[in-house]
Design a protein around this ligand. Structure first.
Ligand code: TTP
Ligand code: MG
Length: 406
């Protein structure tokens, strides 16, 4: 099936967040980046400011000369990060194949999604609407058969745009555009190309591969493909979590075995809960210790079967702990436990034997209560000892777990 790729980019992102919070800024030339006479550069300019020639990267001094009436705002990053996270969450509701780029951009592989939304165009309309309703921001969307064309399309459609390039039209769509519109072509490449008389993407697309390689090396091959609207790069979701771990530093160094074990149990339950929440199983259990002199060791044990059970994480951790302590006399400053070599769980309860199954069901029941009332709503028998270590665990019920002890 021919691929459909969507590129979404928020319009004048930093500025739009400021305008959302202060409607007086709407419809005006606004710049986020700092004081007009400071040494900084423009980070984001409203479209009204762009009409005066202002753009990202321009020194603020130049910007205030070109557009003295512009409103300059220093900006505050946590606000933008928050909006960015919410943007990515909305987008992730529409496709599991999302590749976030920076703060305000994402690629989505939406191949085959027309069956859900009627058309990919309709899907894009819905995404834009949710971003508007829930974030108060405008997004521009490009749709095409590959990343590069989708990205150029979203850029060209701005602001508040939506542009779909039909399969087969990639090259003719790019052809008339100036070379600088092709992502990857910066000032320097543009200058070299212009020096060779290459101003449009069409002219770039008919340059020989040999000539491009002689000027730009390996990048010449990329230019050759991109200029013809050819780009087989996949949409790559961020690398999956490789390990999960928790650790804690004691207020006072300790070699007290029950205390070390109880802490390990508490940390192991946290690791197990996250493992199950992510629907993963682990093959490798990790123990980390830091001794009083700051020497830090990590010990691993590989299981014969994958697990997501608190009990297995704990039992394995204790074995590693006992072995490590037998080889070292110092008290412990920090203890941690974790899991790695993760696989999708794809768990089938029926395949487990009855005691493993009971344990599994118990773990899940505990997870449900903790999700509802907080992690410390339940303490398993072994972690009760931690009340003085973690006073906040003193609240809530305690659940003795005889079924966990064999
Ligand atoms: P962009 O998406 O490149 O720009 P934009 O969202 O402001 O405008 P457009 O409508 O053209 O998409 O970058 C997103 C944000 O990243 C931008 O609002 C501010 C920040 N940024 C910088 O801090 N410095 C920069 O040089 C650029 C390009 C962006
Ligand atoms: Mg943007």
């Amino acid at each position: 099936m021919a691929r459909r790729i969507m590129h979404i980019d928020l319009d004048a992102f930093f500025v739009s967040v400021e305008q959302r919070e202060n409607p007086e800024l709407k419809g005006k030339p606004v710049v986020v980046g700092g004081r007009p006479h400071g040494r900084g550069v423009v980070a984001s300019a409203s479209y009204e400011a762009r009409a005066f020639g202002l753009h990202a990267g321009m020194p603020l001094v130049t910007a205030s000369r070109l557009c003295p009436q512009a409103i300059f705002i220093e900006g505050s990053f946590p606000k933008y990060r928050d909006a960015s996270e919410r943007f990515m969450t909305i987008v992730a509701d529409f496709s599991p194949y999302v590749e976030p780029l920076g703060l305000d951009e994402a690629y989505l592989d939406v191949t085959g999604f027309e069956s859900i939304y009627g058309s990919i165009h309709q899907m894009a309309v819905k995404i834009k609407q949710r971003i508007k309703d829930e974030l108060g921001l405008c997004a521009s969307v490009g749709i095409a058969s590959c990343k590069i064309v989708a990205k150029v399309a979203s850029e060209l459609s701005k602001p508040d745009g939506l542009l779909e390039i039909a399969a087969g039209n990639e090259r003719s769509f790019l052809a008339p555009l100036p070379v600088a519109k092709l992502p990857g072509i910066g000032r320097k490449t543009e200058r070299i190309l212009n020096g060779l008389g290459i101003n449009t993407i069409e002219k770039l697309s008919i340059m020989s591969l040999g000539a491009l390689k002689s000027h730009f090396g390996a990048f010449g091959e990329v230019l050759h493909r991109f200029a013809r609207g050819v780009d087989d790069r996949e949409v790559e979701p961020p690398a999956a979590t490789k390990s999960i771990s928790r650790e804690t530093t004691f207020g006072k160094d300790s070699r007290d075995h029950p205390r070390l074990k109880a802490t390990l149990h508490y940390l192991g339950e946290r690791v197990g809960a996250e493992l199950r929440q992510r629907d993963k199983q682990a093959r490798c259990i990790i123990l980390k210790l830091r001794y009083a002199d700051f020497t830090t060791i990590t010990r691993r044990h590989t299981l014969s079967q994958t697990t997501d059970s608190d009990q297995t994480i704990f039992d394995t951790g204790v074995k590693l702990l006992d072995k490590a302590l037998s080889q070292e006399r110092q008290p412990v400053r920090l203890i941690g436990t974790g899991v790695s070599n993760l696989v999708e769980s794809g768990r089938q309860l029926d395949m487990l034997d009855s005691s493993a199954r009971r344990r599994e069901e118990l773990n899940r029941a505990i997870d449900r209560i903790r999700n509802k009332y907080g992690f410390t709503a339940i303490q398993t028998g072994r972690t009760l000892l931690l009340k003085d270590l973690f006073p906040e665990t003193g609240e809530g019920y305690s659940l003795q777990t005889p079924s966990l002890s064999r």
